[in-house]
Write a protein that binds this ligand. Structure first.
Ligand code: ATP
Length: 472
């Protein structure tokens, strides 16, 4: 065997090899699994190509397992999947492909293993391992993929222009692999991407988002984003991020390049979290800087309100990129809106009330917010960085003290809107909201005690001021 397999994997390969032999179908392990094994990366997705009917082979393989797994068949694609323990196994018949200009769906006809290897996107993804009796375990590498793995290069097996024009998703995949594996895209291949970037419009937003999220989750996501930017792809599906790039100068005063600042924040946060959505918060935290940028005489560049405007941009950008419109989106919006708050608390004379408000607004996401704020420190001046970090440590400490006393983080104000409506027999209306806010503010400001009784008395008193009397 020319790749290092576990005993379990080897047993699986032998079973599949035997089935293929019985059906007289030459069979090969191909693609990502072979690549990842050679890179000593973990992989549980196994793809098999056989010269003949892949669905037939999948059914024969499924019969060998107990309990017998379901075979999911995709007739139009000629593929079949089995889930076996921790493994996702896919079978397909070897094929030859040709493309029409308007679509990334190729014309497909049966082919040889070589035809099948040629249709694969990169040399490192075109490696095959034979499962046939005469050369079991032999590596078949027609495009020197192993060499490219060693050199850490992304290269298309065929002419790059055609490869990317045929299926523009491959441009996203090239950049994703470069980012995930820390590989370099070969100059010729890179040129193919630049020349075909405009073709990305035939790819569905969902497929783009899948690749984009893999870039976001890579160890150093700036690698992928920088390539997306330089290739011209990013502006085609995420122009708001490209708008962050560059710096304007007036009277010799410039501001920082917010695109590269954002990438630095993203890399910083990626050292501390694998949470996709917190990483998205880093990507979007300054997204409204171009929209809020002003030059103030004698003062320089300002971006007042960029956190609020940025928060409002989050749902729009999520919809545009086909990211989910759910709790995750709300979390990202909240992070963007709050990202300046801890910084504002590093000044002197910060009241307990301000600290309580931050704890209340951040709630269970307080730690995530502090992680984002730490990542937002990108100064090259180490002394400054140390000073900022110390300031944050102080804010954290203050928050801990106030939290230990007041338990604000997971706190809900003791008087609900429901209770207000019942007490005064009023319908849902502005006054209900005003009373609720007044009670919450009084507690957060420390004017009244954080208890039901104190809040109830306060409510009666406030209501009286607007001539509301309790019923009964
Ligand atoms: P990962 O598991 O990280 O997504 P992968 O390479 O295994 O990486 P899959 O999408 O599972 O990705 O694809 C399996 C194999 O199919 C690839 O290794 C490649 O050989 C081939 N392949 C996938 N997508 C394409 C494509 N758009 N064009 C050409 N070949 C592709």
């Amino acid at each position: 065997m020319m790749i290092d397999c576990t005993a379990k994997e080897l047993e699986l390969l032998k079973i599949i090899g035997d089935c293929a032999q019985r059906l007289n179908l030459p069979c090969y392990l191909v693609g990502g699994f072979v690549r990842d094994k050679l890179l000593q990366r973990n992989c549980k997705d196994l793809d098999f190509v056989c010269v003949g009917d892949g669905i037939l082979l999948a059914q024969e393989v499924a019969r060998q397992f107990k309990p017998q797994p379901q075979v999911s068949i995709f007739k139009t694609f000629g593929t079949a999947n089995i889930k076996h323990g921790e493994f996702e196994i896919e079978f397909v018949g070897a094929r030859k492909e040709s493309y029409a200009a308007h679509s990334r769906k190729p014309e497909v006809e049966p082919g040889t293993l070589e035809d099948d290897q040629k249709r694969r996107d990169f040399t490192i993804n075109a490696l095959a391992i034979s499962l046939n009796k005469n050369d079991f375990g032999q590596l078949l590498d027609p495009f020197n993929g192993v060499e490219d793995l060693k050199l850490k290069i992304i290269r298309t097996p065929l002419e790059p222009g055609t490869t990317f024009s045929d299926d523009p998703l491959r441009m996203m995949r090239a950049i994703r692999f470069a980012s995930q594996l820390d590989f370099t895209i070969l100059p010729e291949t890179w040129l193919g991407i630049i020349e075909n970037a405009h073709r990305i419009h035939i790819i569905s937003k969902e497929r783009i988002a899948d690749e984009l999220n893999k870039i976001v989750l890579s160890k150093k996501p700036s690698v992928g984003f920088d390539l997306l930017y330089k290739s011209g792809l990013l502006k085609l599906f995420f122009p708001q991020m490209v708008a962050l790039a560059g710096a304007e100068y007036i009277d010799g005063k410039g501001h920082k390049d917010n695109f590269y600042h954002t990438l630095k924040v993203l890399d910083n946060i990626s050292e501390n979290t694998d949470d996709l959505w917190l990483r998205w918060a880093a990507i979007l935290h300054d997204i409204a800087k171009p929209a809020t940028k002003r030059f103030e005489e004698g003062h320089g560049w300002t971006f007042h309100g960029h956190e609020v405007v940025g928060g409002r941009m989050v749902p729009k950008i999520f919809a545009q990129l086909k990211l989910p419109a759910n709790e995750k989106m709300k979390f990202v919006r909240k992070m963007v809106e709050l990202h300046l708050r801890p910084i504002s608390l590093t000044k002197e004379n910060i009241t307990d009330s301000a600290i309580r408000r931050l704890l209340f607004d951040a709630g269970e996401d307080f730690d995530a917010l502090m992680t984002l704020c730490n990542a937002d420190i990108t100064s090259k001046n180490q002394q400054k960085v140390q000073r900022y970090l110390q300031n944050f440590e102080m804010v954290r400490q203050r928050c801990k003290e106030v939290e230990d006393n007041d338990h604000i983080r997971n706190w809900q104000p003791p008087i609900t809107g429901e209770l207000i409506m019942q007490t005064f027999n009023v319908p849902p209306s502005k006054i209900v909201g005003d009373l609720k806010t007044a009670i919450k503010d009084a507690i957060l400001d420390g004017d009244i005690e954080n208890s039901y009784e104190a809040a109830y008395q306060f409510m009666l008193q406030k209501a009286k001021e607007v001539n509301l009397v309790p019923v009964g």
